[in-house]
Ligand binder design. Structure first.
Ligand code: ACO
Length: 467
């Protein structure tokens, strides 16, 4: 390990020690034993406190600031592991042996090629779409490349029937005089019902999880290139997942330091309990829709600024603050307007987010001497101090994962609109691991709403509504 990558490991180990010291007096974790269903719990708005399922994939303890993947502490994983290994761990439940690791890494490298998906994706105006919208589309298109979910059970009708609405589609006259629709759509016979078990064999398998983990990185990098006005690059199978991701975005092989930083970011974002995007994926999967559609809904849910989309918004906020320099006045106005400050607060953490404990010092080390990032980091520090001063003790509002991650990405030269896609490129590991786990003991999600509307209303006559 060279000196610079060792510095990253030292930052992580220091953060781990600080977390241990600061939270040692907090209570031991609850809700970690198997339960007898049905369970009794108190549910708040936004399903706060609701228990959706049992899981062995990962655990968040908000009071102690713990984040655990399959029994391993996030600090240990960030310090000593790598993203490929973490994906294997999340999906398979244990760390790989050396042989298993090599085979898994090679399989992921092989699955980086998603050429058909890219060809389809490039047919859309992705340069005009937010990269998260394009990524979501790309995940759906991967389904067309890697599964037969829609076509296996369908038999093409002999002779390729032309299905066109001849009243609305322009017609042309062929040399022999017969008319013909200019646009032709090949129609297939009506699908036989797809048996759910077949669908899951095909698109719910562990191989689909591998395809998604490897392929989404290629898609995100290609989308980033198109947004820079550049052509997508082929993956480099010799590089690690993190290094290849950076290479496909920038066209330059990263330094060992850049590779290590990206790897740590990927590890830190890979899984996080029953968050909104994971829950969205599980809800979709619980209907036996396939894993590509489930992950697509995870991408959609992650995009929102109250969830993963906050990392992009944080940078815009810091840029604004660096320009005005008035952090105190700005916070006052925000709070008076009851606005949320992006990158702060968490439904579960009432202690400092362990991921932010790593990303903060990492951002500081990387920003040093970079004129486009250092001022933003200084403003971020001021903002953190101000928020902790106002809320820390009372409301327990601390920086979350999204507060410093953007500064780290920015130091790697990545554009803000790519921050949330990078989150998705990592979180796909958690989504797929949890979807596959949930399907072993599937039950469709179906909570209820409390109806607070009216009853027994009389249907008005048309005249009463002016018809
Ligand atoms: N800025 C200002 N006040 C906040 C913030 C914030 N970022 N977060 C919470 N609060 C306040 C709330 O207004 C509330 O105050 P009140 O009791 O006086 O009404 C109190 O803290 C409790 O907050 P909740 O509303 O219960 O928090 P909730 O669990 O509903 O929301 C959320 C969590 C969405 C993350 C929220 O903290 C927020 O909006 N943060 C900003 C967006 C953000 O950074 N999202 C990324 C989260 S991490 C992730 O998803 C990857």
């Amino acid at each position: 390990m060279d000196h610079q990558t060792q510095t990253i490991t030292d930052i992580i180990l220091k953060a781990a020690e600080r977390a241990r010291v600061e939270t040692s007096n907090e209570p031991e974790p609850g809700l970690t034993k198997r339960v007898k269903w049905p369970v009794t719990c108190t549910v708040g708005p936004g399903l706060e406190g609701a228990i959706a399922c049992e899981s062995r994939v990962g655990y968040v303890n908000g009071a102690k600031g713990w984040l655990i993947y399959r029994g391993y502490d996030i600090f240990d994983l960030a310090a000593h592991s790598n993203f490929e290994e973490v994906c294997y761990l999340l999906l398979h439940g244990s760390l790989p042996t050396a042989d298993e690791f090599r085979a898994f890494r090679d399989r992921l490298a092989e699955y980086r090629w998603v050429n058909k998906t890219l060809r389809m994706l490039m047919g859309f105006p992705i340069e005009e779409m937010h990269p998260m919208a394009a990524l979501r589309l790309g995940v759906n298109l991967m389904r067309q490349e890697f599964t037969y979910a829609d076509s296996r059970e369908r038999r093409p009708v002999k002779g390729n029937i032309i299905g066109s609405d001849e009243d609305s589609i322009p017609m042309e006259t062929k040399p022999r005089g017969e008319t013909h629709a200019i646009y032709e759509f090949k129609r297939r016979s009506r699908a036989r019902r797809l048996r759910a078990s077949q669908q899951m064999d095909d698109a719910g398998s562990i191989q689909s999880a591998y395809h998604l983990i490897a392929g989404m990185a290629t898609l995100a990098a290609a989308i980033s290139r198109v947004h820079q006005g550049l052509m997508p690059l082929d993956p480099d199978p010799e590089l690690s997942h993190a290094a290849n991701l950076l290479y496909m975005m920038t066209g330059r092989r990263p330094t060992p330091l850049e590779e290590r930083v990206m790897d740590v970011c990927l590890i830190l974002h890979a899984d996080h309990g029953m968050n909104a995007s994971t829950f969205a994926s599980l809800v979709v999967a619980s209907t036996l829709a396939d894993i590509y559609l489930a992950v697509g809904s995870g991408v959609a849910a992650l995009q929102g600024p109250l969830h993963g989309g906050a990392n992009e918004q944080v940078i815009y906020m810091l840029e604004e603050l660096a320009e005005t320099g008035d952090v105190t006045g700005w916070i006052g106005k925000k709070l008076a307007a009851k606005d949320r400050i992006m990158g702060f607060g968490h439904r579960v953490y009432k202690a400092y987010d362990p991921r932010a404990r790593v990303l903060g010092p990492l951002a500081e080390a990387l920003a040093r001497g970079k004129p486009d990032v250092e001022p933003l980091f200084r403003v971020a520090q001021q903002l953190e101090a101000e928020v902790l001063n106002r809320f820390g003790n009372e409301k327990k509002i601390f920086p979350n994962v999204d507060f410093y991650s953007g500064l780290v990405y920015r130091s790697l030269g990545i554009e803000p609109e790519m921050f949330t896609p990078l989150f998705a490129v990592s979180r796909v590991a958690g989504w797929t691991a949890r979807v596959l786990e949930y399907l072993h003991n599937n039950r469709i999600f179906r909570p209820r709403a409390i109806y607070v509307g009216e009853f027994h209303k009389e249907f008005p006559s048309p005249a009463e509504r002016g018809f």
